[in-house]
Design a protein around this ligand. Structure first.
Ligand SMILES: Nc1ncnc2c1ncn2[C@@H]1O[C@H](COP(=O)(O)OP(=O)(O)OP(=O)(O)O)[C@@H](O)[C@H]1O
Ligand SMILES: [Mg+2]
Length: 228
């Protein structure tokens, strides 16, 4: 059974009299343990697609099955549970809370999950250590480089043991050395922990870490490139 299966997904926005079709009928399946990339010009629907996969947004039409469940029939609270328990998100701009230390940022999803006491701190520290930030736990975001902040964001994404990581241009704000470092972490999470990864990127070098590249154009899959 596929981890996720999208069939004829559309997403339309109404702006006054004008209708914008962000996705015009996308079908794709992703298996457990796959590492896939999504590429395409600006405005082609990449973030829209990733947000639907991440249950942050619902399609206008079409069906989406995640782990065998029909997402469109779930309540908001059930969607929130899926996001908290099964999915880790990584964004271009890190989205760390500026007044919290690295460790406190990483602890946030555990608070939502109801993990308390020493266990929470221990898990957050382990996640930070796993990305080479064991000596940055007390730093605030502004006291870290972009690459380090993104590693904190990855720690936050993996701390609750998700089966799926969704990353929207995770290296878009980083220099090439930090980008490579982030991609090596993703590769390790995929290979060693079997976490499924779906990443959106503009950079071919980054896309090539995936085993499959979906090329989007005008809200549709133009072609699928298989990486040997
Ligand atoms: N909330 C919204 N309301 C109206 N139109 C929207 C909304 N969000 C996205 N769109 C439109 O949908 C289309 C796809 O947007 P999307 O953000 O998915 O593109 P993208 O491929 O991620 O682009 P980029 O590479 O610039 O991030 C665009 O034409 C955009 O203007
Ligand atoms: Mg985008």
């Amino acid at each position: 059974m596929s981890l996720l299966e999208l069939k004829d997904i559309t997403r339309k926005y109404k702006l006054g009299q004008v209708q914008v079709t962000a996705l015009g009928g996308v079908s794709l399946s992703i298996e457990n343990g796959e590492y896939v990339s999504i590429m395409g010009p600006s405005g082609s629907g990449k973030s829209t697609l990733l947000n639907i996969i991440g249950c942050l947004d619902l399609p206008s039409t079409g069906t989406y099955k995640l782990g065998g469940k029909h997402v469109e029939s779930l309540k908001d609270s059930q969607l929130a549970d899926i996001r908290n328990q099964q999915i880790g998100f990584v964004f271009q701009q890190f989205h760390l809370l500026p007044n919290l230390t690295a460790q406190e940022n990483v602890e946030l999803p555990l608070i939502y999950k109801g993990v308390w006491g020493k266990e929470r701190g221990k898990k957050a520290k382990e996640a930070l250590e796993s990305v080479g930030l064991g000596d940055r736990v007390s730093h605030l975001p502004f006291q870290m480089s972009g690459g380090e902040q993104q590693r904190v964001a990855i720690s936050r994404a993996i701390v609750s043991d998700p089966s799926l990581i969704l990353a929207d241009e995770p290296t878009g704000a980083l220099d090439s050395r930090s980008s490579q470092n982030i991609m090596e972490i993703f590769q390790r999470l995929n290979k060693e922990l079997g976490i499924t990864i779906v990443q959106v990127t503009h950079e071919k070098e980054v896309a090539l870490y995936g085993k499959k590249i979906y090329h989007l154009r005008d809200g549709a899959i133009e072609n699928i490139e298989i990486i040997q």
